[in-house]
Unconditional design. Structure first.
Length: 247
């Protein structure tokens, strides 16, 4: 019999909750960052409404999801960014499901190109964004994440990011989140969420019908080009191209 060290975390209970295929599908769907109704989660997991309700009760008891009631409807979301991070790490070390249709291949390409990792930008677009911020000296490595430089503050202000508010968030400031499709980090934490929120607000990316997938718009392509120029010349960011201004 294996004896656990007293201060070790007991990961078996959480692992068991995540291991069941239908529950895993529900948790993955909630990585979109938005709250979903039980019926939608049942459809995405391929189970009946009664089975989905039973699974959601277990996820609630295990504190992996939370629920919000609006009238007669109940909407579920992940319990927090730490749950999302755990799911992303598992995705990195898990095998990819086989692609058996053109639709599945298209969805896989969309997720690899741009998607939400809970509430921040992931995929090729997310990795590119972090590369540009680091390469332009807007961010510098700090511990297990990043810190914003003076020039970076100007660039982020040009995007409409409220850094003071971001620093008050009760989560890691600017985390390095390993991207499971690109195998390189993208920007996570409170700063990653704030930046992604601004990109969505300004119409650089749009949500589609595929859960988690984002589509970069023409405004987004222009915006990324302007961002590349801004990080090379941070002092010009706040008065630079129109796509960098707050809408």
């Amino acid at each position: 019999m294996v004896e656990h060290v007293a201060h070790d975390a007991d990961i078996s209970q959480v692992a068991a909750l995540m291991a069941e295929p239908a529950r895993a599908a529900m948790l993955t769907a909630l990585l979109d960052g938005r709250a979903l109704a039980a019926g939608e989660l049942a459809r995405l997991a391929g189970v009946s409404a009664a089975t989905a309700s039973a699974h959601l009760r277990r996820l609630l008891d295990g504190e992996l999801v939370t629920v919000v009631s609006q009238g007669r409807h109940r909407y579920y979301r992940l319990a927090g960014s730490e749950v999302a991070e755990a799911l992303e790490v598992l995705a990195k070390i898990s095998p990819r499901p086989p692609v058996r249709s053109l639709r599945a291949a298209r969805q896989a390409r969309m997720l690899q190109e741009a998607r939400t990792c809970y509430d921040h930008l992931a995929g090729r677009a997310g990795v590119e964004l972090l590369d540009r911020l680091l390469g332009g000296g807007c961010l510098v490595p700090a511990g297990e994440g990043f810190e914003v430089t003076a020039g970076g503050e100007e660039v982020l202000a040009g995007l409409g990011v409220d850094l003071t508010g971001v620093r008050r968030a009760r989560r890691r400031f600017a985390a390095s989140c390993l991207d499971w499709t690109e195998r390189r980090p993208h920007l996570g934490g409170a700063l990653g969420a704030a930046v992604t929120g601004r990109l969505l607000d300004q119409g650089w990316f749009e949500r589609g019908t595929t859960p988690r997938a984002l589509r970069q718009t023409e405004a987004g392509r222009q915006g990324f080009a302007a961002l590349a120029a801004a990080v090379r010349h941070p002092a010009e960011a706040s008065s630079g191209p129109a796509v960098m201004s707050v809408r």
